[in-house]
Write a protein that binds this ligand. Structure first.
Ligand code: IPM
Ligand code: MG
Length: 357
């Protein structure tokens, strides 16, 4: 098969980690007899520096012309003082919207090899963590209109709108139920239905959609309680589905408790067209260019790209297996190193995965 991937390295450690992920993609493709064509395009601060905007039109076109998109990370202190419309983050939000990527899959897994780096109490960590956060990605407060600033009773005020249409809720719920069928068949829908009208509609639609999935258990949870339960009993969660901002927050929490932020990949998918695959961590400007970043989240994003973007399950598993092999050998980048580990740099970690492939 011919695989065409648009790589958006972005900012900070983005270029280093995507470089390693590209090598792994090339190697797995060769092993399975696929031809890979890589395009590279600008996004975020790198695009601002080069052409003055965070998401150039060329970049959108390059992504649309590819079968999948691999992204590093965007943002950094250099661009923090720019006006909101010109910040690096607008590049990321813009490409999600332009490609219609409404479904964001963020698996948070506690690797048994890395249990020592988990932030959880040992007896809780021992029960394992394997949560899939399904975050709605193109609606809610992030995109709702009206938004802006106004003067209210003589003083400055600012406002955003949380709005969801039934169709938007329904399609993300379906993604969650379908995912649950390939897992432990439990969906926890997270909302704030005790306060928000949006959440009451969300609950109603969730209950209606669940009738099409009688084999999957649906529960509802308020977002504040979900934040608490995620640390108290993370093993109790299978699939968590929620709106954009709640999902942003809960997915960081779920990732952080596994202790392996540098390990976790994500997939953003639309109804059709290319998906976008990226590590869930940020651009880590403090360690950029030092060859110490952990490339594994991006390499595991290649696995998600193969599985969800291209339907190449065996290829995805080969990448995941190679990562496990490397961890099993005790190789660790600085962020996941514990006593007795062999600490390696970003490129060395990439090489080790290549060797294991
Ligand atoms: C994420 C990030 C982004 C988001 C930022 C960088 C705009 O936090 O992917 O979770 O809020 O969606
Ligand atoms: Mg976030």
């Amino acid at each position: 098969m011919k695989i065409s991937v648009c790589v958006l390295p972005g900012d900070g450690i983005g270029p280093e980690i995507t470089a390693q992920a590209e090598r792994v993609l090339a190697a797995v493709a060769e092993r399975f007899g696929h031809a890979v064509e890589i395009r590279r395009a600008l996004i975020g601060g790198a695009a601002i520096d080069a052409v003055g905007v965070p998401l150039p039109e060329d970049t959108v076109a390059a992504c649309q012309a590819s079968s999948a998109v691999l992204l590093g990370a965007v943002g950094g202190p250099k661009w923090d003082d720019l006006e909101p419309a010109l910040r690096p983050e607008k590049g990321l939000l813009g490409i999600r919207k332009a490609l219609g990527l409404f479904a964001n899959l963020r698996p948070a897994v506690l690797y048994s090899e890395l249990a020592a780096s988990s932030l959880l109490r040992a007896d809780i960590a021992a029960q394992g963590v394997d949560v899939l956060v399904v975050r709605e990605l193109t609606g809610g407060l992030y995109f709702g209109e009206p938004r802006g600033e106004a003067v209210v009773d003589g003083e400055r005020a600012a406002f955003n709108t949380m709005i969801y249409r039934e169709s938007e809720i329904e399609r993300i719920l379906r993604v969650a139920f379908e995912a649950a069928r390939r897992r432990r068949r439990q969906v926890c829908s997270v909302d704030k239905a005790n306060v928000l009208e949006v959440s009451r509609l969300w609950r109603e639609v969730a209950a209606r959609v669940s009738q099409d999935y009688p084999d999957v258990e649906l529960t509802h949870m308020y977002v504040d309680n979900a934040a608490m339960q995620l640390v108290r009993a993370p093993h109790a969660f299978d699939v968590v589905v929620t709106e954009n901002l709640f999902g942003d927050i809960l997915s960081d929490e779920a990732a952080a408790i596994t202790g392996s932020l540098g390990m976790l990949p994500s997939a953003s998918l639309g109804a059709s067209g290319p998906g976008l695959f990226e590590p869930i961590h940020g651009s880590a400007p403090d360690i950029a260019g030092q060859d110490v970043a952990n490339p594994l989240a991006t390499i595991l994003s290649v696995a998600m790209l193969l599985r969800h973007g291209l339907g190449l399950e065996a290829e995805a598993q080969a990448v995941e297996q190679a990562v496990r092999t490397v961890l099993g050998r005790g190789l660790r980048t600085r962020d996941i190193a514990t006593h007795g580990a062999t600490v390696v740099g970003c490129a060395q970690m990439g090489e080790a995965v290549l060797a294991a492939l």
